[in-house]
Design a protein around this ligand. Structure first.
Ligand code: GAF
Length: 384
């Protein structure tokens, strides 16, 4: 039985009613890392894995939640609640708190949550969770939330309840994803262009390093703050800029002279990564996968050397992949400090590559990597 059918059955058994079921996918990002919170460009796509949320009104003074992953129930008074940080229920209450603040009407409901996003892979399971919750609640209470407002509420939940000052990329990709397309997203206008992903003989393969370093969240916020500090300094010379995205084709020597040595490489990453995203979208559109792959490699170099959000395991995986015949490009994906690399690989070389990496990674780090084949899929929707 598939996950949706299991959720439906368990919901019926637990809450004795039939749920509306929403689905929101996880995401990959082809290129454009750590640019979204500088209103830059990103190039994500939704994947086949995601989060299912079953929901139905219950006419009770409280909401009853059930997580299939944690096999755990949670109940709260829907008229007076405070999100409990660090717990899965936070994402439900966090979303609800924002609906309440915006004046949307809601009442008691039962909700069941299940998902199949590989844990710790950096495929944005928390964004998918919030987007699925928003999609389900919007349908249940007839709120007519737009995909963009669902994305913004999801982003805000991360800021307020998870303490990560992330950009909009992850919930946006989950909400707006389109089968076989990547979204060339401008994180200033919050508008995107759908670009067909036609890889011919090639596939996208993720290699999960299976490491998650604890500094991830604090380092993420520090990087964002470093960008903001750079903008503050650079404004003296370039008063027209609001974010690093506004520095298009700048004289980097001049930028370097204006910024302290600790900030310049970070700013350089954001400026150059925005340019790489545009070039990568052009390469993909014109079918020039070799150039596209080179841009992935350059992105990794910049994230590792300049932005310093990689780690030994990701550098190892990217380097081995970049030197493997049949791979056109490889880079770390997402926030960094663990999670996956994304690889553009000749489909028929996948099993040779997996065997080789398995052996090399185990020899080097004493642990196993895992491999995830991705299919670019549709974004959030009501599935029944
Ligand atoms: C995480 C964040 F949630 C995104 O907003 C983005 O900044 C990404 O890291 C890095 O590109 O996934």
């Amino acid at each position: 039985m598939n996950l949706k059918a299991r959720l439906q059955e368990l919901f019926q058994k637990t809450f004795e009613s039939t749920p509306i079921i929403s689905f929101a996918p996880g995401r990959i990002n082809l290129i454009g890392e750590h640019t979204d919170y500088q209103e830059g460009f990103v190039f994500p796509a939704a994947v086949q894995f995601g989060i299912w949320v079953g929901v139905q009104k219950n006419q009770l003074p409280y909401c009853r939640l059930y997580s299939m992953d944690f096999e755990e129930e949670f109940t709260f008074d829907w008229q007076s609640f405070s999100p409990k940080k660090g717990h899965w229920s936070t994402y439900v209450m966090g979303f609800l708190a924002q609906l309440k603040q915006a004046g949307y009407p809601f009442a008691g409901f039962d909700m069941m949550i299940g998902g199949d996003i590989p844990v710790g892979a950096g495929l944005s399971s928390s964004a998918a969770l919030s987007v699925s919750i928003g999609t389900g609640l919007s349908q249940l209470f007839g709120l007519k939330l737009t995909l963009l407002s669902i994305s913004k509420y999801a982003q805000n939940s991360e800021h307020q309840y998870a303490g990560v000052n992330c950009g909009i990329m992850d919930p946006y990709a989950s909400a707006f994803g389109k089968k076989d397309h990547a979204l060339l997203l401008d994180c200033r206008s919050n508008q995107h262009q759908e670009i067909t992903v036609n890889l011919g003989e090639y596939s996208l393969l993720l290699v999960n390093s299976n490491v998650k370093h604890s500094l991830e969240d604090s380092a993420y916020n520090q990087r964002r703050a470093a960008c903001e500090k750079s903008v503050e300094i650079l404004k003296a010379e370039f008063p027209e800029i609001n974010t690093l995205r506004d520095l298009r084709n700048p004289d980097l020597n001049q930028v370097e002279k204006l910024l302290p040595a600790s900030l310049f490489p970070k700013a350089k990453h954001v400026i150059s990564e925005c340019e790489r995203v545009q070039s990568a979208a052009d390469s993909l559109q014109s079918g020039d996968l070799k150039s596209f792959g080179k841009l992935l490699n350059a992105s990794h170099q910049s994230l590792s050397q300049d932005y310093e959000v990689s780690c030994a395991e990701l550098d190892f995986l990217a380097e081995k992949a970049q030197n493997f015949p049949g791979i056109l490009g490889s880079r770390m994906m997402g926030g960094g400090f663990g999670g996956c690399t994304i690889n553009l690989i000749e489909t028929q070389k996948i099993s040779d590559f997996q065997e080789k990496i398995h052996q090399l990674y185990q020899e080097e780090f004493g642990m196993k990597p895992s491999f995830i084949s991705v299919e670019i899929s549709e974004g959030a929707r009501i599935v029944s």
